[in-house]
Design a protein around this ligand. Structure first.
Ligand code: C2G
Length: 458
């Protein structure tokens, strides 16, 4: 006979409330020793909980402070529960009855008990009561990305309302607002649009207009989420980030990959040394825009301007800022249709980014380390799964973070959550990350310009 009966339960416990506490008290009453697993941010996001406002640290602290809790652990993946049952020799797994049936598989390891949930209170309700609704306006009618996809994904983010759109194209605007079930107000005057009650904008226009649209929005005190690249010329991004700081608003680059659960897990694993010391990062992104319905002017921005932010994100996040960059470009109509970008980083580490709009290639990524490598299958920028492989193939691991939709919801959730929490920087994509990523295409544009000038002089 065991001396003490161990109970375990799990949850997010965002904005700890009476419903949580009552459940924990009753769980403890089932035995002698209560272990509480608090879900971490990344796991929550991967299981669709996008709107959690408190950090893992804060939530763990709140649970630790409860007198009836004996031990707090952090839950990082779906498979952890079964492992914990064995590890802690658990007698009872207790959880609210909103989960009835979902954890029956754990009966193989322990006794599963569903406890009645407290009616009338929830974190969702508290968040709605405690945080203002964020009104967001869209700028541009889906040039680089489908406007409707953004709206569909935004529905998964709470406390966010999108009901206005700006476009210079009056006819397209009229057609869009007529059809849309959410956006009823169309503006063809940007100043008037900024003068409304919106607090934030999402910009998706022709690349050369990003800088001007961002600048005006920041000056009007609006938070900005903008498609890539944020700026095409030297010093512009730094100026915009300085302006955002001065206006105390958020400026975030819409690099959706940076906010995906699998991508963040990958960075964590690399930081923990899963493949030893990283020596090289290779990533490819190609897209034949000509086969889609894109205007010539968009194509004329060239492969580097249109696409390099994605591989640069991977390279910069893992290897840090680039020290010197070599470009091997191809193109014949004044802009590049392919560019192999090789960058050198601290410690002699190498980044290899390949972008193309005029040829097709495998869009995968490989990160090589002293002990092994990570392989992210195509399309790596929609990171769902990655493989960690070693010389000894038996040691290989697969990390799987499948997600629904096109992945935009994680980015939109981060943007809106930062605004709600009064934060002006994202840890997932810092201002310095944004500057490092932008630098690659700025260098390329600068060199092209010099080349062009010297040719003219000849
Ligand atoms: N709960 C409750 N009454 C409420 C709200 C929540 O009894 N009004 C319970 C839930 O049933 C759950 C616990 O409090 O047992 C934590 O709830 P959440 O923070 O919402 O976490 P949840 O998503 O249910 O975590 O691994 C995570 C768990 O599988 C589930």
């Amino acid at each position: 006979m065991k001396e003490k009966k161990t109970i375990i339960t799990y949850g997010t416990y965002d904005m700890l409330h009476e419903g949580h506490m009552r459940l924990l008290e009753r769980a403890k009453a089932l035995g002698d020793y209560l272990i509480v697993g608090v879900t971490d941010e990344n796991y929550d996001r991967s299981r669709g909980k996008l709107n959690v406002v408190e950090s893992t640290k804060k939530r763990v602290k709140a649970i630790e402070a409860l007198p009836f809790v004996d031990k707090v652990i952090v839950e990082t993946s779906k498979s952890q529960k079964a492992e914990d049952m064995v590890k802690y020799d658990v007698d009872i797994f207790a959880i609210g009855d909103d989960w009835v049936g979902a954890f029956d598989y754990l009966n193989e390891y322990t006794h599963v008990e569903y406890l009645a949930r407290t009616e009338g209170i929830s974190s969702t309700k508290l968040r709605a009561e405690n945080f203002d609704m964020i009104k967001l306006g869209m700028v541009g009618l889906g040039l680089g990305r489908d406007t409707q996809a953004f709206l569909d994904e935004a529905k998964f983010v709470s406390n966010l309302k999108i009901n206005r759109i700006f476009s210079r194209d009056f006819l397209a605007l009229k057609q869009f607002t007529k059809k849309s079930d959410t956006i009823k107000y169309g503006h063809d005057n940007y100043d008037e649009f900024l003068d409304t009650s919106i607090v934030a904008v999402y910009i998706d226009t022709a690349l050369e207009d990003h800088y001007m649209f961002i600048k005006k929005a920041l000056e009007a005190g609006k938070h900005v989420l903008c498609e890539n690249p944020l700026a095409l010329h030297k010093n512009e991004l730094k100026e915009l980030l300085g302006l955002a700081k001065k206006e105390k608003v958020l400026l975030l680059s819409a690099l959706k990959t940076a906010f995906l659960p699998a991508f963040n897990q990958l960075l964590k694993e690399l930081d923990d040394g899963v493949i030893g010391e990283v020596k090289e990062v290779r990533a490819t992104r190609t897209s034949l825009y000509k086969e889609k319905d894109y205007p010539e002017s968009f194509m004329a921005q060239g492969a580097t301007n249109i696409l390099s932010s994605y591989p640069s994100l991977l390279v910069n996040k893992i290897l840090g800022k680039s020290k010197n960059i070599t470009f091997f470009d191809q193109g014949d109509e004044g802009y590049d249709v392919s560019n192999l970008i090789i960058s050198k980083h601290k410690g002699g580490k190498v980044g290899v980014s390949h972008v193309a709009t005029g040829m097709k290639s495998e869009g995968d990524a490989v990160i090589s380390g002293t002990d092994g490598y990570v392989y992210i299958p195509s399309p790596w920028w929609l990171t769902k799964k990655f493989y960690v492989r070693f010389e000894d193939e038996h040691k290989s691991q697969i990390f799987n973070y499948e997600f629904d939709g096109c992945g935009l919801r994680y980015m939109i959730a981060e943007f809106s959550s930062l605004i709600q929490r009064g934060k002006r920087k994202s840890k997932m994509l810092t201002p310095s990350d944004m500057v490092g990523i932008n630098r690659v295409l700025l260098e390329y544009n600068e060199r092209k310009e010099k080349e062009f000038k010297s040719k003219k002089e000849d």
